[in-house]
Design a protein around this ligand. Structure first.
Ligand code: ADP
Ligand code: ASP
Ligand code: MG
Length: 913
């Protein structure tokens, strides 16, 4: 059997390696009409004839004319049967990354049941990078290009040895060696000249595809099938454009395809991706990642039934799966959506892939070669699937482009002056820069656009020169460059015209505290784009992605004070984490926990089943700033919360700064809200102005819904008249048990032994803790009070205030039992009991903490254990106060209160509720 490829045109170089180098002056002199202005020639010898020949003796360009004649005569013989019988498959670099993978591709091609198929292959993975690297090295006169070229040779040689045998192998190796020798000579020339033109680079870079196509076609032939190998430089004719892109010439390419097919007719064709020729037959490429585009052009030329793009992921994801682990595969995308996704950086598809196939309604299917069971993503006309499940498509996915700069041209002289925009973009076009996004304020005072960072210097210079006069006359105030930007695009059919979508997008960004530099919305119906700081980009991507319910609400948590309450919270989180993920899409990740001495940091989340051991074994020296930075500056979780489980005012003093940085704060620590009024007001103002949340339910009544009840009443327009309650679990216990003939000191002792009191019971008996709760509720109700404004009736007898130790205090307390016993007696005489309460008298704008008497049937008199009870008297609840009652102290309930604040935060951030 004659090898189909033996008739294929070949573009070989004169044997440069044998040329004396000093004869090379410029590269153009070496390749005048040969390589760079080559014309198709045909290697009219079969493989065996090639063997043993001196490579410099064949493929001479003198043979061009006769070959052309041969070709033209053949044209009419076999016509290309265009249409549905053809399927196009494209295999990306990773699909052909190793010999096993190439073998696998061959078997997929062989098994494919299409009547006819054209298979476009990329270079083996990394090979194109290696080829460009050779050029860069040679240009930089770095000798190591020689060893780098050896590595390229070795990679293909060993792959071929793995895959081929006998004649097939020899033929391939001969070609490989010949190509490598020529490349060596060419690179040597580039090395001497210190420069490579684009055509030279394109010629070198395209070799990876030539070799992989040759290998794949040989293997397919090994299975007994006829298979032609197409060097697409003979068929695909493209015109270079100014912006590093090429435009296919479909008419000329179609003509050349007919010619080629008449000489190489076969039902299986393996074609090189990426490479093409200019109309002058100069080798060129479709630019990086261009093999997808090659496949689409082939699809259009063959009018194929379908183009399948095989790659290493299950399809087009709702966001780059390397950046958003929760991204989901999209089953269907419209051509426009796919185009927008790829244009804005989803490199799973080359952006220009869509245009050729769209014209003929040829669907593209993206499939994973490593997961054949995944159906992949189908890209087709919207009308083909829009009514399938009645879904209204809004946001489909998100993509990002990095390394951009924004240029902002501003000035009052721009408003209403026709031609300003065209002058701006004319200047940009003159420097050949690619404008990726434009946004113009409706006031016409500024035009803002994004260009690749590497082009911004030239753009700014061109604009400054173009508008020199306007700038000096003050008509333009400035041409500002904002470097280090990224674009984040949300893509979806009609999303820009669907009410609410943009608002949701922007609020998700605001909630993640991401500053938007520019917005372009509505320029196409399919996308909304925002420009953000580059360092915020991944975070922004995750925030918006999760907001649109495409992934879980993920919150990075930093826990301060893993003691009794913090430790209990961590244990509760551990128990509940899986359920939250499963049922509510909430993913809580503890990225750090810190005590006063040591802290534990983790990138992905501390394993909560072993946090105690890890803290002990892997803990590092506590450092609050480092801790906060670690938890907040991770680039993959959009929201951060710090949970302060201490009672420390120095920790509370950080809240303002944290909230300002966009960190949410949840705490049972009373110190911030009961500290200096001015600081409290600053904190609340900041919280109201930003999208950052500050929740502190645990500060009053542990997990009981006291703050939230109060807030709910206020927000719905009720007027608070008075709040009265037993706010201390300890004092509740003490007075609930201070009955009959029992001495006060005896009950305090019992409470202490049962663990109800602070280590020094005076901390409870002094009433300051209750006063802090009163002040928190008073301020929440709108009163501007300081802690010192609250009169506190202390239960610590004056002489015992300064007794040094708790033990001594306990020993002496009995001496003062008399006073309280008397008060109890008096109360009992009128059917009353003593209760230690806090009162917020909103009407008279004051608060008190004192021992009061209540009728035995009053709800406060009927408490048991250490329960808290709080009564809200309001305009709505005037006759019968609204009462909240229940356990108001203890690690379990306090941690539970903190936990429910965390979940409230998650639902504010978008978790389903
Ligand atoms: P090939 O070599 O097969 O052409 P590419 O590396 O060019 O493969 O494209 C596939 C890669 O694109 C995936 O491995 C994935 O990391 C990346 N990618 C970026 N954005 C997306 C997206 N939205 N969906 C799927 N893949 C994406
Ligand atoms: N091999 C080329 C590249 O890496 C083309 C492609 O793989 O799409 O850019
Ligand atoms: Mg690709």
């Amino acid at each position: 059997m004659a090898f189909a490829s033996s008739l294929s045109p070949s573009y070989s170089l004169p044997n440069l390696s044998s040329m004396p180098m000093n004869s090379i002056t410029t590269l153009n002199k070496i390749y005048p009409s040969s390589l760079l202005h080559r014309r198709p020639i045909f290697r009219v010898c079969c493989n065996s004839q090639l063997q043993g020949r001196d490579s410099s003796n064949f493929n001479l360009f003198a043979s061009v004319t006769s070959a052309d004649v041969l070709l033209d005569e053949a044209v009419e013989q076999v016509r290309l049967p265009k249409g549905d019988t053809w399927s196009i498959h494209k295999f990306g670099g990773t699909c052909v990354g190793t010999s096993e993978r190439i073998q696998n591709v061959a078997s997929i091609v062989v098994k494919d049941e299409s009547e006819r198929k054209l298979v476009v292959v990329s270079a083996m993975s990394k090979v194109t990078d290696m080829m460009y690297d050779l050029i860069h090295k040679a240009q930089a006169r770095d000798d190591s290009y020689v060893t780098a070229l050896d590595a390229v040779l070795e990679k293909h040689k060993s792959t071929a040895i793995d895959l081929l045998k006998g004649d097939d192998l020899n033929k391939f190796l001969e070609r490989l060696h010949q190509d490598i020798n020529n490349l060596k000579a060419m690179l040597r020339a580039i090395y001497i000249a210190g420069h490579a033109t684009e055509s030279f680079s394109d010629f070198v870079a395209g070799h990876g595809e030539l070799w992989s196509a040759e290998l794949l076609s040989s293997i397919i032939r090994k299975s007994g099938l006829k298979c032609a190998c197409m060097d697409t430089r003979d068929v695909l004719i493209v015109n270079p454009t100014s912006s590093d892109q090429v435009d296919p010439d479909y008419v000329e390419s179609g003509r050349r395809l007919e010619k080629w097919y008449s000489q190489n007719s076969s039902d299986i064709i393996v074609a090189t991706g990426f490479i093409a020729s200019t109309p002058e037959n100069i080798p060129t490429t479709l630019k990086r990642d261009g093999s997808d585009f090659s496949a689409a052009i082939m699809g259009a030329l063959f009018k194929a039934r379908q183009v399948t793009i095989w790659t290493d992921v299950d399809g087009v994801y709702s966001a780059d799966p390397r950046k958003v682990s929760e991204a989901v595969v999209l089953n269907k995308l419209s051509y426009q959506e796919a185009w927008e996704m790829s244009y804005f950086g989803a490199n799973v598809l080359h952006p220009r892939t869509i245009i050729p196939v769209m014209k003929y309604d040829i669907p593209i299917v993206i499939r994973n070669i490593f997961n054949l069971s995944a159906p992949g993503t189908t890209i087709c006309r919207l009308a083909d699937f829009e009514n399938e499940d009645g879904l209204e498509f809004t946001v489909k996915g998100f993509a990002t482009i990095d390394n951009l700069a924004l240029v902002n041209v501003e000035g009052t002289g721009m408003a209403g002056v026709p031609g300003t925009s065209s002058a701006i973009f004319g200047a940009v076009k003159d420097v050949g820069a690619n404008v990726i996004m434009i946004s113009q304020a409706s006031s016409e005072h500024s035009v803002c656009f994004a260009v690749p960072e590497k082009e911004v210097k030239a753009v700014a210079a061109a604009l400054e020169s173009r508008f020199r006069q306007a700038l000096s006359a003050g008509r333009l105030s400035q041409i500002a460059v904002i470097p280090n930007c990224s674009i984040l695009a949300a893509v979806g059919q009609k999303m820009a015209s669907t009410p609410g979508v943009s608002a949701t997008l922007f609020s998700a960004l605001a909630k993640a505290n991401i500053n938007i530099r520019a917005i372009a919305q509505g320029c196409s119906e399919y996308n909304v784009t925002v420009v953000v700081k580059r360092e915020d980009c991944v975070k922004a991507l995750r925030a918006v992605h999760s907001r649109f319910y495409l992934s879980r609400t993920t919150i990075a948590m930093g826990i301060i004070g893993p003691g009794l309450i913090g430790g209990t919270l961590l244990d509760q989180l551990k128990e509940q984490a899986a359920v939250l993920k499963e049922n509510s899409n909430i993913d809580l990740r503890v990225l750090g926990l810190t005590g006063s001495k040591i802290m534990l940091l983790s990138d992905m989340g501390v394993d909560l089943s072993t946090w105690r051991d890890q803290l002990e074994e892997n803990g590092e020296k506590a450092d609050m700033e480092k801790f906060v930075r670690h938890v907040h500056n991770n680039h993959f979780i959009p929201n951060t919360v710090i949970v302060d489980c201490t009672a420390d005012s120095s920790i509370a003093s950080h809240y303002h700064d944290w909230l300002r940085r966009g960190i949410h704060v949840v705490t049972p620590n009373k110190k911030a809200n009961s500290g200096p009024l001015e600081l409290y007001l600053k904190l609340r103002t900041l919280q109201r102005q930003s999208y950052t949340h500050y929740f502190y339910e645990g500060t009053v009544g542990a997990g009981l819904p006291i703050i939230s009840t109060l807030q709910g009443l206020l927000e719905t327009g009720d007027k608070i008249l008075r709040i009265e309650g037993i706010f201390s679990g300890t004092l509740s216990y003490i007075f609930n048990n201070f009955e009959g003939a029992r001495a006060f000191s005896e009950v305090v002792k019992e409470a202490k032994e049962a663990g109800y009191t602070e280590p020094d019971p005076r901390d409870d008996l002094s009433g300051t803790d209750v006063a802090r709760k009163v002040i928190i509720l008073a301020r929440e109700s709108g009163l501007k009070l300081e802690l010192s404004d609250i009169p506190i009736q202390s239960l610590v007898p004056d002489p015992l205030k300064d007794v040094p130790s708790a033990e001594e205090f306990m020993e002496q307390l009995h001496k003062y039992d008399q006073d309280l016993a008397k008060q109890r007696q008096e109360a009992e005489a009128t059917g009353e009991v003593l209760r230690y309460v806090g009162v917020v008298d909103v009407v008279n704008q004051k608060g008190t903490v004192e021992l009061r008497r209540y009728k035995k049937e009053h709800p406060f008199a009927q408490l048991s254990g250490s329960d808290n009870i709080i009564a809200f008297s309001t305009q709505r609840y005037e006759k019968q106060p609204l009462i909240v009652r229940g356990p108001g102290a203890g690690a379990e309930v306090t941690a539970g209160g903190v936990f429910s604040d965390i979940l409230r935060l998650a639902s504010y951030l978008g978790a389903p509720s």
